[in-house]
Design a protein around this ligand. Structure first.
Ligand code: KIV
Length: 288
């Protein structure tokens, strides 16, 4: 049994778990996620950028929340993640951290805030940790090993991110699956570089399922897949994608678990119709 194992009182709950009945995990730490890999427990991560979704996802049993640079497209209305800044992400990180009790809060380092070298990465990561993050995420494999090492040496847990890295979309040449043919060895080398530099987990984005499965087998740290097949230790999705808030055709790797856009649109139309018809507010909504 590992440090995060449960001590269930009855046989019914005898499954060690990050969340759920009998768990002893009060605040999810990076070591709990590594323990989960050892015992083969899969877990789900979601993005969150505000207090209501953060509290809701925390209560629903999501052990890690990411304030992704995907806030660029999903909060700020930018076309790509390259445009969002540290100053725009910091308040979102603070809001999510303030609104959760158990989940591990991971802040994404945006484009331009860490590539110059370990000193720049450390300065940026410290700002996110002071805002309330418990860990940071950054994109890049071997080319970012020095940055990852500098942060972990300073006591800042790092989640790596390799495969398709959206901040490099212009040099990669668009949204392209990574790891086919000769590229497979490159991705595996990146995964090892990230783990060897001290990262506690690594996101594998749009990596072929077979390469993701092989990396998951080889690494001692959890792999978090997005478009990387079913065999990674964990999965991550942008919450607006999985809940159907964002319109348009979702990427192939997204599964929509709800149609929030229709629900919200229906509610808003009903409200507007009732105001136009003089039905809202009714007597009970007013004061005498
Ligand atoms: O910014 C983000 O949302 C991400 C993930 C979805 C991995 O980096």
């Amino acid at each position: 049994m590992t440090s995060s194992s449960t001590s269930p009182a009855s046989g019914a709950d005898e499954i060690p778990s990050l969340y759920g009945p009998g768990t002893t995990v009060k605040r999810v730490r990076t070591r709990h996620l590594i323990d989960a890999k050892e015992r083969g427990e899969k877990w789900a991560m979601l993005t969150s950028y505000d207090q209501y979704t953060a509290a809701l996802f925390d209560e629903a049993g999501i052990p890690a929340l990411l304030i992704g640079d995907s806030a660029a497209n999903n909060v700020y209305g930018y076309e790509t993640t390259l445009q969002v800044s540290v100053d725009e992400l910091l308040p979102l990180v603070a809001a999510v951290a303030r609104s959760t009790k158990r989940t591990l809060v991971v802040a994404d380092l945006p484009f331009g805030s860490y590539e110059a070298g370990p000193a720049q990465a450390l300065e940026t990561a410290v700002r996110f940790m002071k805002a309330g993050a418990h860990a940071v995420k950054l994109e890049g494999g071997r080319r970012m090993a020095a940055q990852i090492r500098a942060l972990t040496d300073a006591g800042i847990p790092v989640m790596g991110h390799i495969g398709f890295t959206p901040q490099s979309e212009h040099s990669i040449g668009g949204y392209r699956v990574q790891g086919r043919d000769a590229q497979a060895a490159e991705i595996v080398a990146d995964a090892h570089a990230v783990a060897d530099a001290g990262a506690f987990a690594v996101v594998l984005e749009m990596v072929t399922s077979s390469v993701a499965a092989e990396i998951t087998k080889q690494l001692p740290i959890p792999t978090v897949g997005i478009g990387a097949g079913p065999e990674t230790d964990a999965q991550v999705l942008v919450w607006q994608d999985m809940a159907g808030l964002r319109g348009g055709k979702p990427p192939r790797f997204v599964k929509r678990y709800a149609d929030l856009a229709s629900v919200l649109q229906g509610a808003v139309k009903a409200y507007a119709d009732e105001v136009r018809a003089g039905e809202f507010p009714a007597r009970e909504h007013g004061f005498e």
